[in-house]
Write a protein that binds this ligand. Structure first.
Ligand code: PLP
Length: 389
């Protein structure tokens, strides 16, 4: 058993998550529940492998070796029921950068790229900064649950959308998409010849229903890129690494040539070492981390129902990020962010950044020890008692 209850002090480690207190003029007092890294210590065998690598004194440019790819393949096959061939894989430095480059390469400038909102906000930047028109396809929001508006989606595809940036499991609304939902999206993209960029970095935190990868839908293989990473699963975002899985050989060649033409060498071999070790030795850690987060979800739901009943908690199926409708305060998300940080010492994610009618919503990163979670919840309740209407 790993000890997820242990509070690991991250202050003084230059953590972006924990440094946020300085933005609010505080010193060491603010508890952060915003950016998507957890406070869980990494699996010791991963760290051991990385330390062993450092016995060699040179960290030069490196190529990923065969076992890195077979470890990724094994993980996906054993845990997610999809056997991706190792030669479909390409390791790059980060998911957002890869999406940005892929959009720039595959979709002509000025063409339309769609995403279902609210969604992880760097998607907007990747679409716009790569020279494309952002098409916002708001999800249907009913009974604190989000679904795709397929009629609207098809309409937008008919109107010329050339690419779709998709998130599964979904950050921030916590959906784990069903096989049926994914099939509809894959079918529609195939029908209209749109590329599908499927960001699946939260795959290992599917909590209440099984995760299905878009990779299973062969009808879209010619135009599909699946993005995976150890960053969210194993809390190793700082290794700045991700794996692209591209089932179509020609498409893969084109994408790899594009990275090479930009002189992008990918991450260093410490990252390759971490990937190999994580996907080789990480099963038990991952199971326990996901179970711990699922326990945290239940604690938040119970706490909110008892102490903050006017806050609407979105039904949560996956990720360690919960999506809270705090419109009962009558404040903007920015206003709530400010008051929470300055008066109550907690930092949550400002929901309005995620677009699509998300004003008044907040994103709550619950990937932390229960003790920290309870401290944060008590502070949230204090604001609630004063501001909820
Ligand atoms: C859905 C999603 N994609 C990508 C990322 C970031 O990936 P990277 O750091 O590899 O760019 C995050 C981080 O929060 C995320 O939630």
């Amino acid at each position: 058993m790993y000890d997820f209850d242990k509070v690991v002090d991250r202050r003084g480690t230059s953590s972006i998550k924990w440094n946020v207190q300085y933005d609010f003029g505080q010193k060491d007092g603010l508890l952060p529940f915003w950016i998507a890294d957890t406070d869980f210590a990494a699996e010791p065998k991963i760290l051991e492998a990385m330390k062993k690598r450092l016995d060699h004194p040179i960290i030069g440019y490196a190529d990923p070796w065969e076992n890195v790819f077979t470890a990724i393949q094994g993980w996906w096959e054993r845990r997610h029921g999809w056997k991706a061939e190792t030669d479909w894989m390409y390791i790059s430095s980060g998911v957002v950068t890869a999406i940005y480059f892929n959009l720039q390469l595959l979709i002509p400038q000025g063409e339309k790229v769609l995403t279902f909102t609210p969604v992880y906000d760097p998607f907007f930047a990747a679409i716009k900064n790569s020279g494309h028109e952002l098409v916002d396809c708001p999800m249907i929001h009913e009974d604190n649950y989000y679904t795709i508006d397929y009629a609207q989606f098809e309409e937008e595809l008919k109107n010329g959308v050339r690419g779709v940036v998709f998130c599964n499991p979904h950050n921030p609304v916590g959906r784990v998409w069903s096989e049926e939902e994914l099939k509809k999206i894959a079918d529609l993209c195939a029908k209209y010849g749109a590329y599908l960029f499927s960001d699946e970095v939260h795959a290992d935190y599917a909590l209440t229903r099984p995760y299905t990868t878009m990779g299973k839908f062969e009808q879209i293989h010619d135009r599909l890129v699946v993005y995976t990473a150890i960053s969210k699963s194993f809390n190793m975002a700082g290794m700045c690494s991700s794996c692209l899985i591209i089932p179509n050989g020609e498409l893969k060649k084109k994408i790899v040539a594009d990275f090479e033409s930009r002189w992008m060498f990918g991450p260093c071999d410490l990252a390759f070492t971490a990937i190999e070790a994580a996907y080789t030795y990480g099963d038990t850690w991952m199971d326990e981390a996901a179970a711990y987060v699922a326990g945290n979800v239940e604690i938040v739901k119970k706490f909110m129902a008892e102490r903050m009943p006017k806050v609407q908690v979105t039904k949560h199926e996956g990720t360690f990020l919960m999506w809270l409708d705090m419109n009962c305060y009558g404040l903007t998300s920015g206003g709530i962010t400010d008051i929470l940080a300055k008066e109550y010492g907690v930092a949550l994610g400002d929901g309005s950044h995620y677009g699509g009618q998300a004003e008044g919503f907040m994103r709550f990163n619950i990937g932390c020890a229960r003790e920290t979670l309870m401290q944060g919840l008590e502070q949230l309740a204090k604001m609630y008692d004063k501001y909820a209407k």
